[in-house]
Design a protein around this ligand. Sequence first.
Ligand code: ADP
Ligand code: MG
Length: 511
Amino acid sequence: MQLNMSFIQHPKKIYYKEVTRMTFKEFNFKDTLNQAIKDAGFTEPSPVQKDSIPIILAGNDMIGQAQTGTGKTAAFGLPIIQMMKGNSGVEALVIVPTRELAMQVSDELFRFGKTAGLKTATVYGGTAYNRQIDRINQANIIVATPGRLQDLLKSKKIKLNPKFVVLDEADEMLDMGFLDEIKNIFTYLPKDRQTLMFSATMPKQIKLLAEEILNSPKSVTITKSERTNTDITQKFYVVADYERDDALLRLIDYKNPTKCIIFCRMKKEVDRLSSYMTSQGFKVSALHGDMEQKQREHTIRAFKQGLVDIFIATDVAARGLDVNDVSHVFNYHIPFDSESYVHRIGRTGRAGNKGEAITLVSPNELRTIKRIEKDVGTTMVSKVIPTRQEVQSKKDSDLLNKIIQAKVTPSAIDMVKTLQHDIDIVTIAHLLASIVQQEIDVKGKDIIGLGQEEIERLIERAKNQRGRDGNRGGGRGRGRNRSRGGHRGRSSSNRRDRGGEGRRRNSRSRA
Ligand code: ADP
Ligand code: MG
């Protein structure tokens, strides 16, 4: 009681506690730029922006490493726009790996630059040359993909003399095989320039490229704890290979995502899964690399507008995709490398929203989970797929809440009046409840995937296995582990494990 009193007696001490928050004002940007930042709704610079902007404004070359969704576009866009003179000719060149990213980045730069009257053009393959060249000639900033840009420079259709050059998502360009194009493009660019490079990861080849194209660069690295987007919850579920479809449907049923992206490793799988999900009544769209540009744009727009709830995509197709309200990312298969994992899960938890990344693995893929966790500096939590009964209970209680909170409409009153001529009121209620309940019927077998206890045992085993692999050589060790793990996953003993401790523990953690 007394403690409480002392709190009340000195409220100011608590209330006026000093908080040091940085604002964009401290960069002393010109008024037009401050206005654009305000219009964009940004209030506080992100960590990568805080660190990069002063370095860039001081005229340094820079190499920046930060995960997707950390605000890298503004980190280079704002200081460059601040320093641009706005004379005729292309003053800033931004190179990005995909057409989709080119459009996104140029939209964002356009937003920042328009108050200062700067023109932005996008340069990518698959569109007519002449119009593109006209636009380039009128632009102050161009955002380009490597293939088309190299084309235009090589064939002397355009000549560029930019003061600022940015290589965005450098690791993606490397993955997509653009390294030679990039090097070639730089032979056409002036030596007297300020060059900035951004990448979510820093493989060796990217470091080497940096040495080649950057001049005494300063580096900005957002440390692991900052880099891991804490707005994304990461979970994995262990299932047998043949259970993946069932597991996916059950989890979607249970999690009820606003919008989600399901990642597959191959185009073939994207197509198969899309037809399957469509047949199950979901509004899905496939997105893969070899779609026509028009079709891609159309599909992405439909997703943004909510005409489609589920995207099924390959890694390449979804790179850089920026849709703010993706609540869930599903990895139908775990990606082969850690970089892809980072890029995939970065499609959710954007713009300050919360997101969930869910990975389905078979028992023999548990070691990949451990490796990715280590590479990325993150933790994925193992979970048990809810049973049909559990999902049904959740839906029932959601439905009850919905009924309690619903508003009675005049036409509903009329309908019940009509029914009451022939049927008593309790029967009417039962009939209506039966109709609405049909809508929430949970399909599929009751238990899917492994229980917590079995997962923990397999993780333990994977750890031991890794130790032994080290001595005996990877190849053989891996093969052996795979066959054993796979067999375990399908064995009937796993099923029995679920009734016990594992399931109890899981329900508790969910509560
Ligand atoms: P990255 O290139 O690091 O993946 P982006 O530059 O695409 O990230 O930014 C991700 C999202 O965050 C975009 O929608 C962008 O408009 C928004 N954003 C960037 N900086 C800020 C900020 N300081 N405040 C609020 N939102 C921001
Ligand atoms: Mg980016």
